[in-house]
Design a protein around this ligand. Sequence first.
Ligand code: UD1
Length: 333
Amino acid sequence: MAILLPGGAGYIGSHTAVELLKEGKEIIIIDNFSNSKPEVLKKIKQITGKDFKFYEIDYSNKEELEKVFKENKIEAVLNFAGYKAVGESVQKPIEYYTNNISGCLVLLDTMRKYGCKKFIFSSSATVYGDPEIIPLTEECKTGGVTNPYGATKLYIEQILKDTYTSDNTWDICILRYFNPVGAHESGLIGEEPQGIPNNLMPYIVRVASGKLKELSVFGNDYNTPDGTGVRDYIHVVDLAKGHVLALEKLDKEENGIYIYNLGTGIGYSVLDMVKSFEKATGKNVPYKIAPRRAGDIASCYAEPKKAKEELGWVAKKTLEDMCKDSWNYIEKN
Ligand code: UD1
């Protein structure tokens, strides 16, 4: 019985593939390399010393996807095949809704046809919109998303809830990621944004390496300790381990639909990140204060208690690990 990872060559997918293989699980990756590279597959094998099946297909292509289900016994699916660039989603809403939502529907329909009903979905803290209360618990109100990317996460969560309501033999886990950063400690896999990065950590590492001149800190007049935006940064390897535990939970428990925040519970500001990065790596990160970025919120961090109590998951890596590993990946690549 294998675990299927659509988008398994991407940033979160590849790190999760490593953790699953380390646990002795059989995995199958499907990817169309729309935002990843074939070399990643070799590197996953290099890190783990383990082999796995791979199909170069688009997960939203029903015929090709069916081939995978026909040829293999798939017990669970962890879906990483979503587009994730917030700014791009504003420019290309139809592409985002098609890939993320229609793709996920094709996947769910195919799973159902082949009697596979165990599903883990990569959601995001973005579903909470601008939080009324922080830290955010899973019970906090969702909605008020500011871009099509966020809307796809919110709508897919609803689709999954409706799917479970209609048929309680489904076994579903929704993982709401906070801000994933860092890379595998080997430096072999990591985040590879195309073009100029939008997210903070990839931008910082490119400034530190001299590829970009300086960081623009988007706003220093927020209602936060130093005026800059506060987020819950989480090491991608901790995040990946959360998926392994979520899968174990689905294996152990009654069928159901479960939702967990995956964050550290600690908020760091943009300036905290700059200073910590400089301290951890000895590199300089020149920055200037710039106007606020549209759609940004002041503060967002998790209450991760539920994941600790029900999954036995806690984020173990420190901010120093996040900075060092992000830098190590860039240096090696
Ligand atoms: C964004 C998305 C979120 C998505 C996440 C990871 C929104 C509202 N949220 O989170 O849905 O899951 O990316 O892809 O769009 N910053 C700077 N300068 C920069 C870049 C960022 O000051 O060059 C600041 C931002 O203003 C923010 C913090 O750094 O305060 C983090 O930004 P970013 O890494 O883009 O993540 P989010 O906006 O939190």
